[in-house]
Design a protein around this ligand. Structure first.
Ligand SMILES: [Zn+2]
Length: 237
């Protein structure tokens, strides 16, 4: 076999693995729509599904690529083209990187789709017009239903302090809805950030910026976490 034939064979093999990747994920489209439609207020099922799909794609196809490269190496030695080990070997790493990036994109999208569905479900079941009244004098209290922490509210009529506990489903929106949507919002920076420190910083700013905007009660705590990440000595290395 000539070196060109060997190279073409290896490219063809990796190309088939890419086709297989798309085949597997395209076939999930309809079942996933079914899953979104049957979801309620949490995304536990999405974790299970994406873990399973990662096994079928990233894990198994990486394994197949390794197997292919072992055979390829055998051919390379047999034919005496040792320089091809380096010239063709990098394609294995590139392929695995490609798998990781593509799957990250896919799973972030799935979690974000689920998030939109969960938000829709919660909104349907929360009565925004329901009055919240002071336990002492029954005056109306200015409650923000979409709050994520218990809050103490002083009644303007009688001065009594009322504690408002947000609905559990609303509280859980932070984890099941806002975080996945923040990931979706910052996905490109996250992907670039894997190999580029300044993009990683941009990712943190975008991700935490989104959380601060949408969970204002926790702004300070998110700000602290973000600052810790941004001031990580890793970035000044
Ligand atoms: Zn009152």
């Amino acid at each position: 076999m000539s070196k060109e034939e060997l190279s073409a064979r290896w490219d063809g093999y990796l190309g088939k693995l890419k086709d297989r990747y798309y085949e597997i994920l395209n076939s999930t489209e309809e079942p996933l729509n079914e899953v979104y439609n049957n979801m309620q207020y949490d995304n536990v099922i999405i974790h299970n599904i994406t873990n399973g799909l990662k096994g079928q794609t990233v894990v198994q196809l990486s394994q197949k690529a390794d197997d292919g490269w072992n055979k390829m190496q055998g051919e390379i030695y047999k034919n005496g083209f040792l320089f091809l080990i380096k010239e063709e070997g990098y394609k294995l790493a590139e392929f695995k990187k490609w798998l990781d990036i593509e799957f990250t994109r896919f799973s972030v999208k799935v979690f974000a789709n689920a998030a939109r569905k969960i938000l829709e479900n919660v909104k349907k079941h929360i009565d925004e017009k329901k009055m919240h009244r002071c336990t002492q004098c029954a005056a109306e209290l200015p409650i923000n239903i979409y709050s994520f922490m218990a809050v103490n509210i002083k009644c303007e009529s009688c001065g009594a302090v009322n504690t408002y506990q947000p609905d559990d489903r609303v509280r859980a929106l932070e984890y099941y809805v806002i975080e996945p949507l923040a990931e979706e919002y910052a996905i490109e920076e996250k992907i670039k950030g894997a190999t580029d420190k300044s993009a990683m910083k941009e990712y943190y700013k975008k991700y935490y910026g989104y959380l601060m905007e949408n969970v204002p009660e926790k702004k300070e705590s998110y700000q602290r976490t973000m600052d810790e990440r941004l001031n990580n000595p890793f970035f000044s290395m």
